[in-house]
Design a protein. Structure first.
Length: 168
């Protein structure tokens, strides 16, 4: 009996995948809002590519150096870094496509009960402001404890330049 059910399910899947007519006109697709909703036209947004749609301004401060500012622009299939940053635009936009990176950037501040090692990684402070896929970003990363050091050196590596005094 089990075998008959499995064969019947397989047959349904094969038949549903093989159907359709040979005309070149695609079937109409219902707008996401549902039947009868008047949907506004979609904006001209680049689609495809490995990167999110992101526009971020990064400001890095250190008491012994001038403030460094640069802009990261990702447009789906293009990546650009504008300013004096020495980071790769391709690497920065690839990092911004990662869910963990996006979550960290759009949900600051870190919870107050988060346990972090009591390490000091230097006085570097990075402020990141802008948008990723229409989500607001306004976060600060400090190297005052293990969580900030980890965010800077690991999670946001490629988005943030190495901190002053930190070498590979």
């Amino acid at each position: 009996m089990k075998r008959m059910i499995i064969l019947a399910c397989a047959a349904v899947l094969v038949l549903s995948a093989c159907g359709g007519d040979s005309s070149s006109d695609p079937m109409p697709v219902e707008p996401a809002g549902g039947i009868g909703d008047s949907a506004e036209p979609l904006p001209d947004v680049p689609t495809g590519g490995p990167y999110p749609i992101a526009d971020l301004t990064v400001s890095i401060e250190h008491p012994d150096a001038e403030t460094l500012e640069y802009r990261i622009s990702c447009q789906g299939d293009t990546a650009d870094v504008i300013g004096n940053a020495t980071i790769s635009a391709v690497e920065a936009c690839a990092r911004l496509a990662e869910q963990m990176v996006q979550t960290r950037l759009i949900t600051p501040p870190l919870p107050g009960d988060l346990v972090c090692t009591e390490m000091y990684g230097g006085p570097d402070t990075a402020r990141i402001v802008g948008t990723i896929d229409d989500m607001a970003v306004n976060t600060t990363i400090e190297r005052t404890n293990g969580c900030g050091i980890s965010d800077w050196d690991n999670l946001l590596a490629g988005v943030l330049q190495p901190a002053i005094g930190v070498t590979d």
